[in-house]
Design a protein around this ligand. Structure first.
Ligand code: ADP
Ligand code: GN1
Ligand code: MG
Length: 359
């Protein structure tokens, strides 16, 4: 159904509004809705990606209620520091249309914005602090109550198995365009099991994590510059601290954008790496174990590798998962990830030295 039909479920009759597509998320359909009093975000949850959207929404309500309570206890501003849903006119947290599509509205955080690129160290520090703090706030959340909205989301060895399956199947017939990247995926395949093995052996803890810590999933306050609110809660579920750290680095500490055509522009910005480390570790309030801290650089490499093989698998599958703007988009994204991983590998010692200062 069209947004205007959906909006009838949420807004009182006669309410005037305008709406337009919004943001650069790769998964959901997102619209900015403006009513005279305020701005709202309308989203259609991607059912190909989230097979059970009602479970996504159950998690959303549990997690936001939990954080809201903590924010209030600390005297924070619960209207700005955590996402709030606008219920339907019949009081439901979301609306399922006759086609089975699941829609929700969240309140746009006033006086703040999200950005697709890091413009300065301060903002990136703030995003690190906010994502670290988010994890800290969920430390005592009853993890067993959360649904696994995407099974084995950051199970990197399983991602590799699926990737190899996509290579063999070559459903799109594009494999010959990607042979060099497939070779790269195998060159770095040794990375895949490092965390999952450690988890199985009890050497690192399973926590409740965000799992999608891109810079554009944070609202930065216009006035104070603080990372005020964490967005995109669809993948909040049990996960690893290093992966939350690492995905932010992959996206935000790259000197180029995720889909830069010229891989010569891609590299790891070490000053940004450092400020993010400082912010994230502070935000976690001392909750990370020594092994987790030591593995923060590995988290950056792990998430860069995992995203590389996910983009490449989607290219080979024929672009069935991510939104793309042109036919080679996922291959371009893959090339950027591997260029970044090569640079991270070169700078591994420096990343370790930086991390050492926070242990
Ligand atoms: P996706 O899973 O597709 O990335 P997101 O929930 O991250 O979906 O939404 C996409 C983008 O829309 C975000 O990166 C952000 O820019 C914007 N956005 C989403 N929710 C809000 C909100 N409540 N307030 C302001 N901007 C939002
Ligand atoms: C997707 O939804 P978005 O755009 O914030 C993806 C992440 C990837 C990212 C790559 C649910 O994030 O896992 O790292 O694209 N989200 C999902 O840019 O698959
Ligand atoms: Mg997003």
């Amino acid at each position: 159904m069209k947004p205007e039909q959906i909006l009838q479920q949420f807004l009182p009759e006669g309410q005037t509004y305008t709406y337009r597509p919004f943001g650069n998320g790769h998964i959901n359909d997102t619209f900015l809705v403006t009513i005279p009093e305020r701005k709202l975000i309308l989203q259609r949850i991607n059912r190909e990606v989230f097979k059970k959207p009602e479970e996504v929404m159950e998690n959303f309500v549990l997690v936001t209620d939990f954080i809201r309570r903590k924010v209030r206890l600390k005297g924070g501003d619960a209207d700005r520091e955590v996402l709030s849903l606008l219920p339907t006119l019949s009081g439901k947290p979301y609306f399922v249309d006759p086609e089975g599509e699941c829609w929700r509205i969240t309140l746009f955080i006033d006086g703040a914005a999200s950005y697709d690129q890091v413009k300065n160290e301060r903002d990136f520090y703030e995003s690190g602090y906010a994502f670290g703090h988010f994890q800290h706030l969920l430390e005592d959340f009853p993890a067993a109550r959360l649904h696994e909205t995407i099974p084995r989301f950051h199970d990197t060895p399983n991602r590799l198995v699926n990737f190899r399956r996509s290579v063999s199947a070559d459903a799109s017939g594009r494999r010959k365009m990607a042979e060099d990247m497939i070779a790269k995926a195998e060159e770095y395949a040794y990375l895949a099991p490092v965390f999952m093995d450690a988890l199985k052996e009890g050497r690192i803890p399973l926590r409740v994590t965000h799992n999608d810590t891109k810079f554009n999933n944070i609202m930065i306050d216009d006035a104070t510059g603080r990372g005020i609110c964490v967005l995109d809660l669809d993948t909040v579920m049990p996960g690893l601290a290093m992966n939350d750290f690492g995905d932010s680095i992959r996206f935000g500490a790259n000197t180029a954008v995720e889909d830069e055509q010229d891989t010569g522009k891609v590299s790891l910005n070490l000053p940004l790496y450092e400020v993010y480390t400082e912010g994230f570790v502070k935000g976690c309030e001392g909750s990370l174990t020594e092994q987790e801290l030591r593995w923060l650089p590995m988290g950056a490499m792990m998430m860069t590798y995992e995203n590389a093989i996910r983009f490449l698998a989607d290219f080979l599958d024929g672009d069935t998962y991510y939104k793309t703007d042109y036919p080679e988009h996922n291959l371009v994204r893959t090339r950027v990830q591997f260029a970044l991983l090569d640079d991270m590998k070169k700078k591994e010692d420096e990343m370790n030295r930086i991390t050492e200062r926070y242990i």
